[in-house]
Write a new protein. Structure first.
Length: 124
């Protein structure tokens, strides 16, 4: 499975997970089967608040899951509609979150805990 992590900068598996999907400068995509890592710049970083296009942001990367500190409801709905699950970061690094994800200990985002005007379950 390919898992996308929103990050400030690519530091491999030690990258800190970013607090908000739409404004994350970079995404690190970890392919757990091939044990490879790719980096993608956010292609939709400049957008009106609430108008994030997450598929464009990911440059069309084919991922099965996203891990981030916070996400808006619109982006969550668009990712879920594309078959992508979105999980709430519970560890500081990609490695820590990947360990939690592979042992089913990362909570999945729901509309109840998304960012709403930078409030609610958002970590930024």
């Amino acid at each position: 499975m390919k898992v996308c992590f929103a990050v400030q900068r690519d530091e491999g598996m030690d990258s800190a997970v970013y607090g908000h999907f739409g404004s994350a400068p970079t995404f690190v995509v970890v392919d757990t089967e091939r044990q490879s890592i790719d980096t993608v710049g956010n292609k939709d970083m400049i957008h009106a608040h609430g108008a994030c296009n997450p598929i464009m942001a990911l440059s069309g990367q084919d991922v099965g899951a996203v891990v981030v500190g916070g996400i808006g409801g619109g982006a969550l709905m668009k990712l879920n509609a594309a078959g992508i699950k979105v999980y709430c970061s519970m560890a500081d690094t990609i490695k820590g979150n990947l360990d939690l994800l592979t042992t089913n200990r990362l909570p999945e985002f729901s509309m109840a805990n998304t960012c709403s005007g930078h409030q609610g379950g958002c970590s930024h």
